[in-house]
Each structure stands twice: as structure tokens, then as C-alpha cells.
Design a binder for this molecule. Sequence first.
Ligand code: GTP
Ligand code: MG
Length: 227
Amino acid sequence: MDSSLESSSSSNGLPVRCRRTCKIIVIGDAGVGKTCLTHRFCTGRFPSRTEATIGVDFREKLLEMEGEKVKVQLWDTAGQERFRKSMVQHYYRNVHGIVFVFDVTNPISFRNLPLWMDECRQHSLGPDIPRALVCNKADLVTPNTSVVIEQARHLAEVHGMSFYLTSAKGHKGDLVDSIFVTLAKSLKSQRSQSVNECVLRCRSESFKIPAKVTIAQETKNKWGCIC
Ligand SMILES: Nc1nc2c(ncn2[C@@H]2O[C@H](COP(=O)(O)OP(=O)(O)OP(=O)(O)O)[C@@H](O)[C@H]2O)c(=O)[nH]1
Ligand SMILES: [Mg+2]
């Protein structure tokens, strides 16, 4: 799905207000809690029951950040291979942010994370795309789970991802919110940078700033800059 950007213009023709959609995909093994996390973020509640996701479910939440409206569109993907096959190409198109999820009580779901990261790479999602690693079901943490948590923290650090130990079921949904809000904020700051660069480019009569133009053009394609 493409990002969208709507704007109004000031008297000098420069954008003063934008609204856009950012696509965040949520991936990880079956049963780790992807549906519960996205449901919790969008509704504030832990769902009383869930079924295995088939293909993908969409959820949206409108955030207001520094006077700008950002529609966060979550792609809650299926963990089971048989329910993913036909959809995989769609998951990875025009992605702005990635959330990897594993279940703290299921070490295999942690060990499988490199496979999910490989799948992203195979679909040309590079390290420049903001990513978060979520260790879910923190309400079920025991002394036995401390090793996997530390390993996950390390993995996140090595790959430049934010790390969250959280629970879709927990009493406080704050951490669940911050997974998606923080990602959306980093996307927003990337975009602000791209708009500034595009404005520079538009003001430059002879387009004599090749390095900036290259970056701006790449980001423009990503975000649909209006310059
Ligand atoms: N205790 C606890 N259970 C959770 C939590 N999150 C999810 N669950 C449970 O884990 C099970 C699977 O949750 P889902 O959200 O459906 O998992 P999923 O990752 O979407 O699974 P697929 O759609 O098959 O890929 C359900 O029984 C949930 O109630 C959590 O934070 N704590
Ligand atoms: Mg699901």
C-alpha cells in the first residue's frame, strides 16, 4: 500500500500541514501474539479470543504528532506458512516500519527471528527501515525466561532495533503503545528531513546539490513528497 500525503500550502507555496499513512508490518511465528498486540494498540483492549490470522488483518489508528496527523496502518500478518503463501508479496510492498514479535515462553519463536529477518532482506527491506523487536507475553516471565530476554536484547542491539519486553495482556498498555508510536515518530522525523531536502532542492535554481537531491529523491519516492 502506498503512503499518502495530503497538504495545504502557505502563501509561498510551501507545505504547512501534511497527513500521511504509514504502513507497519507485524511479523513473527504463529501464536506469538501479533493479533493481540495490534488489537491492544488500536482498541486499548486485549481480545477475549483470537483465531489464527489468515493472510493479513488490517488495523488503523490515527495519531497526532506535533500538529500533524499520521495514520498508522498495521498489517497483522499470518505466522503460519500455509496462511501466508499467497500474501507474502503484498506484505513487503511499500513498508515504512517493521515489528518483529516473539513469545517469551516459546524459545523456538526467538530462534526463528533470523528467518523473519532474512525474509525481509529477500524482499529488499534494508536496515534503513525503522524496526522494533518485541518480546511478548511478559506477564508469563519466569526466572527461566531471563536468558532468552537477554539474548533478544543483544540481537536488537546488534541489528539497531528498539527492544520491548511487553505484554498485550498486561494491565498497562503503555509499552504496547510506545512500540508503534515510537516507530511512527521515527518515520515522521525521516519525512521532515526529506521535506526539508526537497524544499532546498526546489529553491535551488540550478539543482547544484547532487548529494541532497539523491537522498531527497529516494525519500520522495518512499513518502510521496509533494515538492
Ligand atoms: N498470557 C498472554 N497471552 C497472550 C499474549 N498475547 C497473546 N496471547 C495469547 O496467545 C495466543 C495467540 O495470540 P495471537 O495474537 O492470536 O497470535 P498471532 O501471533 O496473531 O498468531 P497467528 O495469527 O497464528 O500468526 C492467544 O491465545 C492469545 O490470547 C500476552 O501478552 N500474554
Ligand atoms: Mg494473528
